[in-house]
Each structure stands twice: as structure tokens, then as C-alpha cells.
Design a protein. Structure first.
Lengths: 711, 168
């Protein structure tokens, strides 16, 4: 008998479609009469349109329609029918003449061909009444304010009482992280097609039921009149978790021209119209005894948002959960700029927050002369610090031990700048990785088909995360069938509803629903077979189908009796060129406590991918805002650097064996985001160890490091 | 003899382009500004070749033209008049995967799959360009750095190419 399907490192079940070009992404559904829509961007950051001249564009060959605020159909509530995140956001839907950021859509050109639409879009002219825009974070931060709520609940937390003893060491440091953009290689895209009062949107999304809801509410039509389809997502990392303007504009245009309209966001627009990670400024205060025991931890974070919606990058969240300090205080404040709306980007808050707290812990370790790993072990939190709740399961100590062992940390020389190989300064650094575990209600169906196969369905998504594969494994495992007899379908809002594929919660939410559906199918088939298990999977005359749902124990995670979080430990070696300041990362070793691993192959890949993105965050990624115009000046993949193959060397990922059944029936906590956390800190710490220079401002580029030669 | 310079076609006028894609002949009437990528995707419906930036920066649109890997978003279709072009849809033979495609599956050289056709085409061309078995991993990485994978599947991509090189 073969091993149980769950956990096996099987190849992706959708692999063949992906390597042959036969996986259909949303811009690739074929329609005979499709026309192309192109958004026209504003070129001021704040003001109003005095005059918009689309006559030239309308007269150009192939142009079918140009929608502007003057002629766009009026939507209920000015298009603000669905603004509740994550799916609903404040959008730009040509409902008025206001301009709120550079690159805001001021028109949509629809033409027979893409070339004609692009050309005509360049011929739409606007005259503006420009107003003073607030664009410099350092000036605007004087007007910081407390957000009403954040993704993580309360913006501020304070716990513990007065310190019992006097602090013998204190560090206070400020760390900054820049604006970043997700940049999945598949650009956001929508094809919208109306048939009577019903619309189908083929939309690159992490949240099909969110698309259905937002499109319906924005147009004021019933949800049953909207279908969202998305069988493949070419990466998302958070940007595709919300419904942005282009999706609604495509549907609006398709209704006007009575033909299917395709809108593909351009790469430049990927930096403006679909969110991005806000910049942060984070002040950390750590107080400790001589032996390293933390007495107090404070984390005060600022992040930018736009003028028309509050989005908070909850950087202080990891600090509330990482170390057993006697006293803690965290605050979140927002800084308003006249820019487009920022959003959640891979490990929102946790990637930026772990950079600050994990660098601060390293600085404290050097201050006290304690090994950075030892400092973390001495402050290990056996309970969640701010709430006092026990953990559902936590194997962080095992992660430290496993990753340190695989890396060879015991050979570390304590002194910074103590290891040189030719012109390379070599350094080692480490950090803790962490991400909370979430789950939401999900539904699934399972059916035994007349051909003897089982089809399992849930309206979820596969962003490259392995959902097709892993859910097939969960179903096969539950049904006791070989995976070849099971097919999993997703990506259609007509399927049983599932939550957004964000917050690392797809496996944790949909997995239990798939398991429940398959258990129900088994029970039904056994009953139909009169209790004879050997006949239960005999091909039926007509399909036998069941539905099931799985829901969290409590609606509000903070009301759960146990705290649920994933953890990890990451160790890196860097080499810094002493003359040129170039930083390379020749090797990484990381170990994770993420609950039960569903597929060792896809899980390892996903965590390595998170580490790769973390290397980008540490060394490369930064969206540069021109504080005069409000334009992102490097809005392309030649000037916004993401890691390429030559930037990545050996990455060793390991898992601590764990089965978190207090969290859900599968024992799995989710792995999409934790991989990026801690990476930037581990690299910054290694750069300090290599060079003796502490860089507290991401990304760590050579201009910040030079000069490095001591003379 | 005096030559009359050819006048460019009038704005919006179309020209006839003929090429062989994956062994099949196609003649298209196209505006000269149409890129090879958009001709493949929007005119021929060959959606396997991806658009990731439209600026030659990401490599998702890599195809093989005249035996060389090129970025089809930076090529005008008219400039490939008469050429033989291979796209991702043309790699399978007799319904069997090309060994690079098979190796990408085995070594998990992708996640979302969107950059994958470009990565595979680039890898296929690389294996023809040089004796890859003699290259270091760093050299393979360098030669594959025109193809961005935002999911970060680089380790699997290098392992897949290494495995193919050693099969030869």
C-alpha cells in the first residue's frame, strides 16, 4: 500500500497545462467580437479636470467608445456600493471630475484592436485645475493620525505592568521600509461580457466571490446576475485580493458597447492602480537585563495611506506576539499622501514589522554581547505575550535548532568584520520568521460521477500556491482513492463559496471543507452500497453529489481560547564586496513550524519563493515616488528590481514535524506568507556582521554601504 | 539607377505578413506596429506565449525565431516576415512533452505558471546554444536571468535545466 496522499511531494496536477501553455489565464479567454479597453491616466496628483477632450481619440481608426466622467454611466452611490476590504475598495470609476492621484484613470478608450486603443488613449487630452499635493512622507508625518481600525483590530496595544527590575540595557532605533509593488508577472486583467442583465467577468483575482459581490453592488444588480471566472492566477501576492477600478470599468464599457471588453492593466499601471505596500517608519525600544531577559518592548509604526481610504500596514503585529517581555506597548499611525491606495502585500505588516523587531533584537544582542540566537531563546514566548493565551501549537525552539544546525551557526565568530575572503567581507545573520494563522468559512462539494471518478469543487483559487494539487490530495486521502481518480475544480463563483486566497488561509479554510465534503460523500456512498465498502465507488448511473461546509470555531480570532501563529528561523550568509558594496546571498537555511505540510514539494517551493521575495525586499525593491509630480518614476521591471535567477543561490528549507489539530481538522496552518518574513532582517543583520555597518533603511543598496574600506 | 524609397504605409494601413508558427503557415494582414507577441496572442489565439511587461524586461514572451530565443514583445511581427517561429505550443511531439517541459514539472520549476512558457523556451534555446553540462550553476543562472519568475522558482528552474543537460 502506498503512503497516504497528504504530505507526499507529488508533482502539480496542473503542471502539464502550465508547461505546455494550455493553462488559460483570464486575458486569454477567446471571444470573436472582443474589443480592447485601455485606461488613460491622469498626469497630476491632485485637483480636478476642467476640460477633457476626447474628440481626436474618438475620430481615430477603430475607436468604438471613449468613456470619461462626462459620458460614463452613472453608478448607484457614485460607484461606492462596495468599499469594504478586502474585496471592496475605493475605486476610480469616472463618476466625477476629481483627480486624487497621479495615474488615476480619467478615461477608458475602447477600440477594435489593442494598438488602436493604446494609440487613441495617448490622444485623450485633459486640462486640470491643479491643487497642492502632499507627497513628502517626512513632511506629512507631522500630521500623523490614529486609524479607526486596522486589519489586525486595535491600532494600539499595551500589556504587562511596570517593570520589576531596572533595565541594564536599552536600545532605541528607527527603521524604514520603502513603497513596494507586488508585480506578479501576470498583469491584472479583466474580460467582461454581458448577456442581457447578466455579466460574466473573467478576472485575474484571488477572490472570485469578492469580485461577484463587488461588481453586483457597484452596478446595483443582484449577485446572481454576476459570474466571476478565474481558473488560473499568474501570481498575486495580495494585489489580486481586491477588486480594482479596471474590473468595474471593463464591465461598464462592455455594457455600453454591447460587446465583450478586455482590459489588461499595463506594467506601468501595476505600480499605481492595483495597490502596493506602503512605506513605513518604525521606532523600536527594547529594554533588557544584563542576561538578555527583555523587560520592555515598544514598537511605534507609521505607514502611508492615500487621502480617500485608510490602509494600515500593521507592522507592530509580530512584536505583540514574538517575545516574552514583561511590558509591551505598540502603536500604529497613518500618514496621508496624495497617492493611490496602498494595500496588503505578501505578509502585510509581518514582513515590514519583522524587519524592525528582528534587527532591533540583533542590535540588542551585540549591545549585550550575547549570541543573537541565544537572546531569542532566552526570550521565547511560551504564551502569546499581549493576550496571555496559550498557543494552539508552536515549535519555534525546534526551528531554531534545526535551521542553526543545517546552517552551521555554532561556527559563528562573534566579532563583526572578522571574516574576509579576498575582497569579500563575509557575515552571518539570523532572524525569527512569523505569520498568524487565519481561517474562514468555506464550502465544497464532492460528487461520484458515472465514469467512476470523483469531482470535488470549491470556489477557491490557485495562484501558484498548489491549491489544485493539495486539494486533490486532501480529497484522495479522505476518500481512500488514488489521486488519479479525483479531480478538483476551482475558480468559478458558481462553485460552492470559499474565502479570499490571502492571509495564508486557503488550505486552512478550504481543506477542512473538502475533507468534510469527501467524508459526507463516503458516508452517503456507503449507505447507498448497503454498507458494503467494496462496492461504494462502483460507477453510479447518475452522479451522487454532496455539499459540506467548514467554519472557524469563533468568528473573531481574538476571542479564540488559543493563539494561532506560525513560526520559523532563518539564517543567512552574505558576502559584501569591500570595494564596490555589492551584497550577495550565497546561502540561506530556514526551518518552519507551520502545522502539517500537505505537499512537501509545493510547500518547499512556496517557502523558497517567499525567501526569494524577501531577498528582493532586503536588497532591491523600492518604488520611487517623485515628490514633485506624484509619479512613480521607476514603474517598470528594468528600474524596479526584483530578484532574477542570478541573484539567488542555495536556499535550504526544512519543516519541523507538527500537526496543529487545535487549529483545524487538517492540522495545517498555511505557508504562503511566512517565507518572506524575517528575511530582510536576517540579511541586514548579516550585512552588519560582515561589515560593521548597520543599515536600518531598506533596501540595503551599495550607496548606503559605501565606503567600506578602513583607511 | 535611382531607387524610390519605399513609403511607409499610411496610418492604420495594413501589411501582409507571412510566417510559419510551430510548422503551420500563417498569413496575416497587420498594421506594421503590431508586435510579434500581440500577433501570436491576439491574432492567432496562441495564448501560451505570455505578456508580462510589453517592454522586454521580464522574458515571459520568449519564443524561438530563426533558432534564437527572442522577446516577442520587442519584435514587430513584420520584421519576422518569412521566419519560422516556435512557441510553447510547438514543443510537444506526437503528444509527448519535450524533456525540458517534463523536467520543469519534476523539479517544480514554477508556481503560478505564468512566466513558465518563457522560461521553458529560454531553457530549450539555452540547451542548443552551448554544452550546458559544462556550465556552472552560476553560469546557468546568468544565462536564465532574462526570464523573471516572481514566484521565485529559480532553484527548480536551474535543477530542471541541469537535469536536461546531463541526460544528453
Amino acid at each position: 500500500m502506498n503512503a497516504r496522499p497528504i504530505g507526499q511531494p507529488i508533482d502539480r496536477v496542473d503542471g502539464q497545462r502550465k508547461v505546455t501553455g494550455h493553462a488559460t489565464y483570464c486575458a486569454e479567454f477567446l471571444f470573436d467580437d472582443v474589443c480592447h479597453g485601455v485606461m488613460v491616466p491622469s498626469n497630476i496628483a491632485r485637483g480636478s479636470i476642467v476640460r477633457i477632450d476626447a474628440a481626436d481619440a474618438r475620430a481615430m481608426p477603430g475607436v468604438i467608445e471613449v468613456l470619461t466622467f462626462e459620458n460614463a454611466p452613472r453608478l448607484p452611490d457614485k460607484g461606492r456600493g462596495a468599499t469594504e476590504p478586502p474585496a471592496g475598495r475605493e475605486k476610480s470609476l469616472l463618476q466625477d471630475n476629481l483627480v486624487r492621484y497621479h495615474g488615476e484613470p480619467i478615461a477608458l478608450v475602447v477600440a477594435e484592436t489593442l494598438e488602436q486603443a493604446m494609440d487613441a488613449a495617448a490622444h485623450v487630452r485633459a486640462t486640470y485645475a491643479e491643487e497642492n499635493a502632499v507627497l513628502a512622507f517626512d513632511e506629512a508625518k507631522e500630521q500623523r493620525y490614529k486609524p479607526g481600525k486596522t486589519g489586525s483590530g486595535k491600532p494600539d496595544r499595551e500589556w504587562g505592568g511596570a517593570a520589576q527590575s531596572q533595565a541594564e540595557a536599552r536600545i532605541e532605533r528607527t527603521y524604514t521600509t520603502p513603497m513596494e509593488h507586488h508585480n506578479p508577472i501576470e498583469m491584472h486583467a479583466t474580460i467582461a461580457q454581458w448577456e442581457g442583465d447578466r455579466v460574466t467577468v473573467y478576472d485575474a483575482t484571488q477572490y472570485i466571490s469578492g469580485v461577484r459581490e463587488v461588481v453586483a453592488k457597484t452596478f446595483g444588480i443582484p449577485e446572481e446576475s454576476v459570474r466571476a471566472v478565474c481558473p488560473f492566477v499568474g501570481g498575486g501576492f495580495g494585489s489580486k485580493g481586491s477588486v480594482w477600478s479596471h474590473t468595474v470599468l471593463a464591465a461598464m464599457a462592455a455594457r455600453v458597447v454591447r460587446r465583450p471588453v478586455k482590459v489588461v492593466v499595463t506594467r506601468a499601471q501595476m505600480f499605481v492602480n492595483v495597490g502596493g505596500r506602503p512605506c513605513t517608519e518604525q521606532r523600536l525600544v527594547l529594554e533588557a537585563q544584563r542576561d538578555g531577559a527583555l523587560l520592555a518592548v515598544e514598537h511605534h509604526a507609521l505607514s502611508h495611506t492615500c487621502r480617500f481610504e485608510d490602509y494600515t500596514e500593521a507592522c507592530t503585529q509580530p512584536t505583540r506576539s514574538l517575545y516574552a517581555a514583561a511590558r509591551g506597548h505598540t502603536t500604529q499611525r497613518l500618514v496621508r499622501l496624495d497617492v493611490s491606495l496602498p494595500t496588503f502585500q505578501r505578509a502585510p505588516g509581518e514582513s515590514t514589522g519583522t524587519f524592525a523587531i528582528e534587527c532591533a533584537m540583533d542590535e540588542l544582542a551585540y549591545e549585550l554581547g550575547i549570541d543573537p540566537l541565544e537572546l531569542r531563546l532566552r526570550n521565547h514566548a511560551d504564551r502569546e505575550p499581549y493576550s496571555g493565551r496559550p498557543w494552539s501549537s508552536k515549535k519555534l525552539r525546534e526551528c531554531y535548532e534545526m535551521a542553526a544546525g543545517r546552517f552551521g551557526w555554532e561556527l559563528r565568530r562573534a566579532q563583526p568584520r572578522s571574516h574576509r575572503e579576498g575582497h569579500w567581507l563575509v557575515g552571518w545573520g539570523m532572524a525569527t520568521a512569523t505569520y498568524p494563522a487565519h481561517l474562514e468559512e468555506a464550502h465544497a462539494s464532492a460528487a461520484l460521477m458515472p465514469d467512476g471518478t470523483v469531482v470535488v469543487r470549491s470556489g477557491t483559487h490557485d495562484l501558484g500556491t498548489g491549491t489544485y494539487t493539495v486539494m486533490t490530495q486532501v480529497a484522495a486521502d479522505t476518500l481512500d482513492l488514488p489521486i488519479e481518480r479525483v479531480r478538483f475544480e476551482l475558480g468559478d463563483s458558481d462553485l460552492p463559496q470559499a474565502p479570499v486566497s490571502g492571509g495564508s488561509m486557503t488550505v486552512a479554510s478550504v481543506g477542512p471543507a473538502v475533507r468534510a465534503a469527501c467524508e459526507a460523500l463516503r458516508a452517503k456512498l456507503l449507505e447507498l452500497a448497503g454498507g458494503d465498502a467494496s462496492r461504494m465507488y462502483a460507477p453510479p448511473a447518475a452522479r451522487v453529489e454532496v455539499h459540506a461546509r467548514a467554519s472557524p470555531a469563533a468568528e473573531d480570532e481574538t476571542k479564540q481560547p488559543v493563539a494561532t501563529r506560525s513560526f520559523g528561523a532563518i539564517f543567512v550568509e552574505v558576502r559584501v564586496d569591500a570595494d564596490l558594496g555589492i551584497v550577495r546571498v550565497p546561502r540561506v537555511a530556514a526551518a518552519y513550524s507551520v502545522g502539517r505540510v500537505m505537499n512537501l514539494k509545493t510547500a518547499t517551493s512556496q517557502l523558497k519563493g517567499g525567501i526569494v521575495m524577501g531577498i528582493g525586499m532586503a536588497l532591491l525593491e523600492e518604488s520611487l515616488l517623485d515628490t514633485r509630480s506624484g509619479r512613480i518614476v521607476n514603474a517598470n521591471l528594468a528600474d524596479y528590481h526584483v530578484p532574477v535567477n542570478a541573484d539567488i543561490n542555495d536556499i535550504d528549507v526544512a519543516f519541523v514535524e507538527e500537526n496543529d489539530t487545535r487549529f483545524n481538522s487538517l492540522g495545517a496552518r498555511g505557508i504562503g506568507e511566512i517565507g518572506i518574513t524575517g528575511v530582510a532582517a536576517a540579511i541586514a543583520n548579516a550585512v552588519y556582521h560582515a561589515t560593521g555597518k548597520r543599515i536600518r533603511e531598506l533596501p540595503i543598496t551599495l550607496d548606503k554601504l559605501l565606503p567600506l574600506n578602513e583607511n | 539607377m535611382e531607387k524610390t524609397p519605399q513609403r511607409p504605409p499610411a496610418h492604420g494601413a495594413e501589411v501582409s505578413v507571412h510566417f510559419v508558427v510551430n510548422g503551420r503557415e500563417h498569413t496575416l494582414e497587420l498594421e506594421p506596429r503590431v508586435t510579434l507577441l500581440d500577433a501570436l496572442r491576439e491574432r492567432l489565439g496562441l495564448m501560451g506565449t505570455k505578456k508580462g511587461c510589453d517592454r522586454g524586461q521580464c522574458g515571459a514572451c520568449t519564443v524561438i525565431a530563426g533558432g534564437r530565443r527572442i522577446k516577442s514583445c520587442l519584435a514587430l511581427a513584420v520584421s519576422h516576415d518569412g521566419d519560422a517561429i516556435t512557441t510553447i505550443e510547438g514543443l510537444e511531439q506526437d503528444g509527448r512533452l519535450h524533456r525540458v517541459q517534463q523536467a520543469f514539472i519534476e523539479h517544480d520549476g514554477f508556481q503560478c505558471g505564468y512566466c513558465t512558457p518563457g522560461q521553458v523556451m529560454s531553457a530549450v534555446a539555452l540547451l542548443e546554444e552551448t554544452d550546458v553540462a559544462a556550465l556552472s550553476d552560476d553560469e546557468i543562472r546568468e544565462r536564465m536571468s532574462g526570464n523573471i519568475c516572481r514566484c521565485g522558482a529559480y532553484a527548480g528552474i536551474v535543477a530542471a535545466i541541469r537535469a536536461c543537460a546531463e541526460q544528453r
